[in-house]
Design a protein around this ligand. Structure first.
Ligand SMILES: C[S@@+](CC[C@H](N)C(=O)[O-])C[C@H]1O[C@@H](n2cnc3c(N)ncnc32)[C@H](O)[C@@H]1O
Length: 518
């Protein structure tokens, strides 16, 4: 390979470099699944420039060829390994998403454990020999530094007192070898415990210098290994990835494009045991064809289950359970309403550089003037400077939605939820988009999610009640109106229902009693 100095590098023509950069982007997408957005291409360019300099190469084209010659097995010595370390986001922490972990602890895992225990009793009887050990197979796919897999192990230890009498697999896989090495070590800083109850931390970790080391009994329960969700064939009967009871794959799909997610989803389905469930991050499967799964909607999360041949699982009473409807229709009239502004969730703070504030104000002004393309341009500029700007993503989402660009709008909502998973604003918009596209089931789910996150979400109750009425579901509509009335009773009566509505709480109550006979 040609050795270069910086001047040789700069001498390479820009168009040629741009072409090679695009080739590299395609190669990365094929190999790792990472979908590099236009707005991140500059940052990728800089990352690759550092690698080109470190390797003494002359151009992007050289780097592309170099990557092509590197083993795709992604072993730790290759350039791929270094590139993954630079490109992948390994952000993780224990019990990330209290709602989903609550659901696992109180509902999904107890049901699963019960079923597996019964199954082992049936098998022991039939075999008429020594007791059959119950089995449990759980996979944290895209486990990063291990917090998710260890959180599962802690739950299992708490839920199965005789866990040593079980055959339990808790597997964590990731494409990032450095993350896997950290996971195997099991030593974490305070930041990994940002939402963990102190009692759990004290019970399962012990101080290690300025960090915390996981208890060996928990560490032994988890196996970590390299795995590439995009390229590896699953199920793999030679490895442990088959017949799984639970797949957790959260905050991983967000880096992939639609088709890559669809392919992985199919592999996940085939890797689940009958009755096994997939728990993705919120909205990460939006608009995917999930028809083969049984969809169970809990207030805390949507769960995708591979059907059992026998109805062994009890359907919980507070869920709706249904076979997924076919992919939403592509009905594309621009939204005329705007997402509710009644619950701003992450206002820009005074510590923001004033240029960010100015851009934000400009984008918001453009949105109010219905200059949606300008809004998008300004908000995109803002997120390139401040990638954690929650409200900039909300503006982006609204503007795209108003232009009928629902895919981009949905992506922007997902980005906003990545930054603030407890925010309701993106869910209002997702609900509107779903409704606009005739995907009423998803709209209802998003509205229920809002109600779960903010029990006083008057607008969400109103919208949900109206949907039930439109569907002719008088029973659910009445139930929703009754819940709304209860909420209204606890609110200041003279207050407006929301910023877009002059009606007061007292007037809405009266309306419900008279016209809806609640
Ligand atoms: C943000 S972390 C999520 C960690 C954890 N699931 C959580 O929610 O806390 C995303 C992880 O996905 C991994 N990842 C990205 N692409 C992958 C692929 N093609 N195969 C396996 N893991 C991948 C990254 O290396 C990173 O560690």
């Amino acid at each position: 390979m040609m050795i270069s100095d910086r001047s040789t590098f700069h001498a390479v023509s820009q168009p040629s470099n741009d072409r090679s950069l695009l080739q590299i982007i395609d190669l990365i997408a094929d190999t790792l699944g990472f979908h590099i957005h236009l707005k991140h291409q500059d940052s990728l360019r800089k990352t690759i420039q550092t690698r080109i300099a470190a390797l003494g190469l002359a151009s992007f084209s050289d780097y592309y060829l170099y990557l092509m010659t590197q083993s795709r097995s992604l072993c730790s010595a290759t350039e791929w390994h270094r590139l993954i370390a630079l490109l992948s986001v390994t952000e993780s922490y224990f019990f990330r998403d209290q709602g989903q972990f609550g659901l696992l602890k109180h509902q999904l895992l107890p049901e699963l454990i019960d079923r597996k225990r019964q199954l082992s009793l049936i098998r022991s009887d039939t075999a008429n020999e020594k007791p059959h050990r119950p089995t449990l197979r759980l996979w944290s796919a895209g486990c990063s530094t291990g917090e998710e897999a260890y959180s599962l192990a802690i739950l299992i230890k708490e839920l199965i007192p005789d866990y040593q009498a079980w055959d339990i697999l808790i597997l964590g896989t990731d494409i990032n070898q450095s993350a896997i090495a950290i996971a195997q070590q099991g030593i974490y800083s305070d930041w990994s415990f940002r939402t963990t109850e102190p009692t759990l931390k004290n019970q399962y970790f012990r101080p290690h210098r300025k960090s915390w080391e996981i208890d060996p009994s928990i560490r032994q329960m988890v196996t970590f290994q390299f795995g590439n969700l995009v390229q590896d064939p699953y199920p793999d009967y030679n490895s442990k990835i088959h017949n799984l009871d639970l797949i957790l794959c959260r905050n991983v799909f967000i880096y992939f494009n639609f088709n890559t997610i669809a392919r992985i989803l199919e592999k996940f389905y085939c890797s689940l045991a009958p009755g096994g469930v997939l728990l993705p991050g919120h909205t990460e499967l939006y608009r995917q064809n999930t028809q083969s799964f049984l969809i169970k909607s809990f207030p805390q999360s949507i769960v995708y289950q591979r059907e059992l041949n026998l109805p062994i699982l009890n359907h919980p009473t507070n869920t709706t359970s249904q076979k997924a409807s076919s992919a939403p229709k592509a009905a594309l009239t621009p939204l005329i309403r705007q997402a509710s502004k009644s619950q701003p969730t992450a206002s820009p703070t005074n510590t923001q550089p004033s240029s960010h504030q100015a851009l934000f104000d400009q984008a918001r002004r453009s949105l109010r003037q219905e200059a949606y393309t300008d809004t998008i341009q300004t908000a995109q500029h803002l997120v390139s400077l401040a990638p954690q700007h929650f409200q900039a993503y909300c503006l982006l989402a609204e503007a795209h939605a108003n232009l009928g660009q629902y895919t981009q709008a949905t992506e922007a909502c997902q980005q906003a939820l990545q930054i603030n998973a407890l925010a309701t604003e993106p869910y209002y918009l997702l609900a509107q988009i779903a409704e606009e596209q005739g995907d009423i089931d998803s709209a209802k789910l998003f509205l229920k999610r809002i109600i779960y996150l903010t029990p006083n979400a008057v607008s969400a109750y109103q919208e949900l009640g109206s949907i039930y009425e439109r569907e002719g579901n008088a029973k659910q509509a009445q139930k929703t109106w009754r819940s709304l009335l209860e909420v209204l009773q606890g609110l200041p009566q003279e207050q407006s229902v929301n910023a877009n509505n002059r009606q007061t709480i007292a007037e809405l109550r009266e309306y419900l009693s008279h016209y809806r006979q609640v």
